[in-house]
Design a binder for this molecule. Structure first.
Ligand code: FAD
Ligand code: DLZ
Ligand code: SF4
Length: 511
């Protein structure tokens, strides 16, 4: 039986379920660069370049094994522009008996695949994506009967399942979680390790030219482009992270520093999310570093928790809750995304720093995403859809299964607390404590009102006032609401006035 095997741009893993029984003598692997995927949101230029270059390299490596790969480039004059159009053309060319695909990472594409089973003349088999630690069914079984989902409990299940950092049934070190040790700010004069960048080869250079030509007005700087685009490069990046940065990953996980875009973060999410690495291999590599005394437990546990905890948890939640999940708006947030999210032109120094880094790198580290651009969007009451689209297109690692729960649930609390027990709302004091961004900002994090006041301050209290009905009963919000209760009516009115005047200027209400 001749099988056509469609491999998507974030499925670049040799052990992919749709490639498992590939017969090089008969089968054809189909890979397609299509305008619909490059433009359904206006992805950062580096993200398109990453996906296309990694696809082209993956096709080469399959060909090296003797597999026939039918690769359609974006510039092919006959390119139909969509997955379905290209599948129809490929059916004409190859006359397969069956089509095999691995389930996609986005609900949108999942719906397309379900339709193909009805609309294409050839039977379509959709296989599970087994590149995750937990299956969709496992998460659903764990979630059943729970009103809210908490990562920490799911994470313990994943530790037991994988045996990572386990001694029998007990966690290594006697604790599941060492997060309390992971909130250090950087010492003065601290210099983080230098990170690996990969010089574009001929294939990548060709893709860079294509992206510049076809997507000149998409967000972000295309060059310098240094992301790993092959499995070999991704493994090198992983080794380098473990050798130079993992040691400080825990201690400085929440720290931010001007001009330092990467600190001790792994920089592996783009490669991991397109399939060049697998979650278990990166966790085993980190565990080995601990066992061999090359990295401390708080760093290694923290890192493994992000991967088999958060990453698996948000994926499970996404598939369990979609499509209704994306529609919720528990805080009725409805303001427009400020223009400066696209330009970086703002006098709030922290936002300027994180947004310009995002433009430069198609990357920002977690705490920048959560506590700067995310925190501002939460406090300002930006419409969830607008901020979600921004996060989906600006980062090289953004695919909806991982982006949406992080933005909708973790940042915006739009799911009313299904994912997080409380909103991650913070005033300027938090940003000042965890970064040096406030030094030299025209605003002052210690000033509460007036023209010098850090805008995060009135916005923080205004957020609490506006959402009092929804949030005041949350036990984890008891302290901020106790503090708010001490404010005089005049002080509350002043906060409302200052915050509204600021927001009406940068983020007018929709509708
Ligand atoms: P590190 O900080 O070194 O962490 C190691 C790995 O852990 C990451 O590569 C990632 O695979 C995993 N991880 C860490 N935190 C999370 C998390 N909250 N959810 C899922 N996986 C996690 N991650 C994405 O991969 N794609 C996204 O589109 C994405 N959008 C985000 C949006 C917001 C608002 C927030 C707050 C977080 C988002 N994250 C997303 C999670 C996290 O910020 C990135 O995974 C991380 O910054 C990637 O960089 P790194 O490889 O250097 O990660
Ligand atoms: C992100 C992306 C882009 C920009 N382009 C393509 C493409 O041309 N062809 C392809 O197969 N995949 C692409 N991707 C990744 C898909 O958007 C991704 O596979 C789906 O969103 C499902 O997760
Ligand atoms: Fe950001 Fe406020 Fe600090 Fe300026 S003072 S960098 S706006 S937190």
């Amino acid at each position: 039986m001749k099988t056509l095997r469609l491999v998507l741009g974030d499925q670049l893993t040799r052990s992919l379920s749709s490639l498992a029984d590939c017969d090089p003598a008969r089968d054809v692997v189909l890979m397609v660069e299509v305008a619909a995927e490059a433009t359904y949101v206006r992805h950062h230029k580096q993200k398109i370049a990453l996906v296309f270059s990694a696809m082209r390299h993956f096709a080469e490596s399959l060909r090296g094994e003797g597999i026939t790969v039918d690769y359609v480039t974006l510039d092919d004059p006959a390119n139909a522009g969509s997955f379905e159009g290209e599948l129809r053309r490929a059916i004409q060319r190859h006359k397969p008996d069956a089509i095999v695909v691995t389930e996609p990472g986005e609900w949108r594409v999942w719906q397309m695949m379900l339709e193909w089973r009805e609309s294409l003349a050839v039977p379509v088999e959709i296989r599970a994506d087994d590149r995750f630690v937990a299956t969709r069914d496992e998460f659903a079984a764990w979630a059943k009967g729970r009103k809210t989902y908490r990562m920490e409990f799911f994470y313990r299940e994943m530790r037991r399942k994988t045996g990572l950092l386990m001694e029998g049934d007990a966690p290594v070190g006697g604790q599941w979680n060492f997060d309390a040790e992971n909130r250090k700010s950087l010492p003065a004069g601290y210099r983080p390790p230098r990170r690996l960048r990969f010089a574009p080869d001929a294939i990548t250079r060709e893709v860079l030219a294509l992206v510049e030509r076809r997507f000149p007005d998409h967000f972000g700087d295309l060059e310098p482009f240094g992301w790993p685009v092959t499995r070999r490069e991704a493994l090198e990046a992983l080794d380098h992270f473990i050798a130079v940065a993992l040691e400080g990953f825990g201690d400085f996980q929440d720290a931010m520093k001007k001009g330092e875009d990467f600190l001790h973060h792994a920089l592996i999410s783009p490669a991991l999310n397109i399939g060049l690495l697998t979650p278990m291999e990166i966790c085993r590599a980190a565990e080995r570093a601990y066992l061999e005394g090359r990295a401390p437990l708080n760093a290694v546990e923290g890192f493994i928790r992000q991967v088999i905890g958060w990453r698996e948890f948000v994926r499970g939640l996404y598939w369990n809750e979609m499509p209704d999940y994306a529609e919720t708006n528990a805080l009725a947030a409805n303001r427009a995304l400020p223009d400066f999210y696209w330009t970086g032109e703002t006098d709030l120094a922290c936002l300027k720093e994180c947004i310009t880094a995002t433009k430069r790198n198609a990357y920002a580290h977690h705490i920048q995403r959560l506590m700067v651009t995310g925190n501002f969007a939460l406090l300002a009451g930006i419409a969830p859809r607008e901020i979600e689209e921004w996060y989906l297109l600006v980062y090289a690692d953004a695919f909806e299964w991982v982006e949406l729960p992080n933005v909708h649930g973790m940042v915006m609390f739009a799911d009313g607390g299904l994912l997080a027990s409380k909103p991650y709302a913070a005033s300027g004091a938090y940003i000042n404590r965890m970064s040096d961004y406030c030094d030299g900002c025209r605003y002052d994090p210690d000033v509460k009102s007036g023209p010098k006041a850090c805008p995060f301050n009135p916005l923080y209290w205004n957020f609490l006032i506006e959402n009092e009905k929804t949030l005041a009963g949350n036990p984890r919000m008891a302290m901020p609401y106790r503090n708010l209760a001490r404010f005089s009516p005049e002080r509350r009115a002043e906060i409302r006035r200052e915050a509204t005047a600021f927001l009406d200027k940068v983020a007018p209400k929709r509708g």
